[in-house]
Design a protein around this ligand. Structure first.
Ligand code: DX5
Ligand code: ZN
Length: 212
């Protein structure tokens, strides 16, 4: 199981320290939650902060855009050091174009599904995706409770990948802890995003091990 700590739950006055700390405990990505107070009811940080953190780790930056009109900012996040950019289907009226735009910069692309959004809505573009991110909470905040119906979505995505030989990795985001991680693993997840579970602990290494 690959682990992507979300720095949303880190101390924002100590982000550099947080990035260095998680780089030393065997995780696979850094998950960066970008919120605009428009697509989601919260605001986090933008490309300037991403760029300032880039020198402090070699881990891939997994940039989760929870913003309206993501096409407008993709170049900026690429220049800030994003390796993976995921966009919400709910925010992209021209999703195929958006994914092509991310790929045109040589970056990995992914699509994100809110809890209410069905796989049906992205079926036609699954062959383009390097990642499919299943939201297991409603986006906007850390520390929420895992929504169980996400498990069926993970299972269905795995089945579709097997049937059509797609290449995407299945990532799950929200409410991940030592219990829900097991459920996601059984359902077929490849990557778990974890914010509060990792950052609200002094022993982050133990927490990462518990998720794997
Ligand atoms: C929620 C974000 C998540 C969040 C997860 O909108 O996309 O990445 O940080 O936080 P936890 O792990 O606390 O649910
Ligand atoms: Zn996220």
């Amino acid at each position: 199981m690959k682990i992507a700590p979300s720095i949303l739950s880190a101390d924002f006055s100590q982000l550099k320290k947080a990035i260095i700390e998680i780089s030393e405990i065997g995780v696979d990505y850094v998950h960066l939650d970008i919120m605009d107070g428009h697509f989601v009811p919260n605001i986090t940080f933008g490309p300037g902060v991403v760029k300032s953190l880039r020198p402090y780790t070699t881990l891939p930056f997994d940039v989760h855009l929870m913003i309206a009109n993501p096409d407008m900012f993709i170049r900026e996040f690429v220049e800030a050091g994003a390796d993976i950019i995921t966009v919400h289907v709910e925010a992209c009226p021209h999703l195929h174009r958006t994914l092509q735009l991310i790929k045109s910069f040589g970056k990995k692309c992914g699509v994100v599904l809110n809890p209410h959004t069905s796989i049906e809505s992205v079926k036609n573009i699954l062959s383009l995706c390097d990642f499919v991110l299943v939201m297991s909470v409603n986006p906007g905040f850390g520390g929420q409770t895992f929504i169980d119906l996400s498990l069926d979505k993970i299972k269905e995505l795995k089945k579709l990948r097997d049937t059509f030989s797609y290449n995407y990795l299945i990532e799950v985001d929200g409410g991940i802890n030592q219990i829900t991680s097991k459920l996601c693993k059984e359902a077929g997840a490849d990557i778990l995003v974890a914010g509060s579970y990792i950052f609200n602990s002094e022993d982050k290494l133990q927490r990462v091990k518990a998720l794997k």
